[in-house]
Design a protein around this ligand. Structure first.
Ligand SMILES: [Mg+2]
Length: 183
């Protein structure tokens, strides 16, 4: 199978809320994020979080979500092809690829950076993906409209997508996915 993976909050943990909050003297954590647009946070915090998304030293030095490397290693051994598609700023392309290849050596065939305003669908179609895995509610929705088999990553840190749980198969993390049921 050709499996497409989102990057942030699917493969890597992004402590953006924690980092931005701390710098401003707030105590919010990712578990407090109730909407994709960050609308439940003070404006100044929303801006600081968005600034971090363009901060190369922050975004390209993240840690893998526990279990991710093991499950992707297993999938590779089973012969699946793994692709990463991220909506990050294209300015971060080089360092993002570096972070992926250092943390998941030999596991990811290619990393695609679609940019914040773009959609991932064109890349997903050109790769002819068999499965798409993502935490973003609109990413999941777009993929389903285009008939891609889709799994949503949904857990305590992604309350912004809980409203979508009734409409798509979801798991807390990659390690909970049994690929056999998608073959
Ligand atoms: Mg994501």
């Amino acid at each position: 199978m050709k499996i497409g993976l989102d990057l942030d909050s699917t493969l890597f943990d992004v402590p953006d809320v924690e980092t931005a909050s701390k710098s401003l003297g707030f105590t919010y954590t990712s578990e407090d994020t109730l909407s994709w647009t960050l609308s439940n946070y003070p404006k100044i915090l929303q801006e600081r979080i968005r600034d971090l998304w363009f901060d190369e030293s922050f975004m390209c030095n993240l840690s893998l979500i526990p279990g991710v490397k093991d499950i992707l290693t297993e999938w590779r051994h089973q012969g699946h092809e793994l692709y990463v598609i991220t909506a990050r700023s294209p300015k971060l392309t080089f360092s993002t690829e570096k972070m992926v290849n250092e943390n998941l050596p030999g596991l990811i065939k290619s990393v695609y950076v679609s940019g914040f305003s773009g959609t991932k669908i064109g890349i997903m179609k050109s790769l002819e993906l068999d499965l798409w895995i993502d935490d973003s509610p609109h990413g999941v929705k777009d993929a389903m409209i285009e008939d891609f088999k889709t799994i949503m990553i949904s857990n305590a840190q992604t309350k912004y997508n809980h409203f979508y749980r009734e409409r798509v198969p979801w798991v807390n993390s990659l390690s909970e996915i049994n690929l056999n049921s998608y073959l």
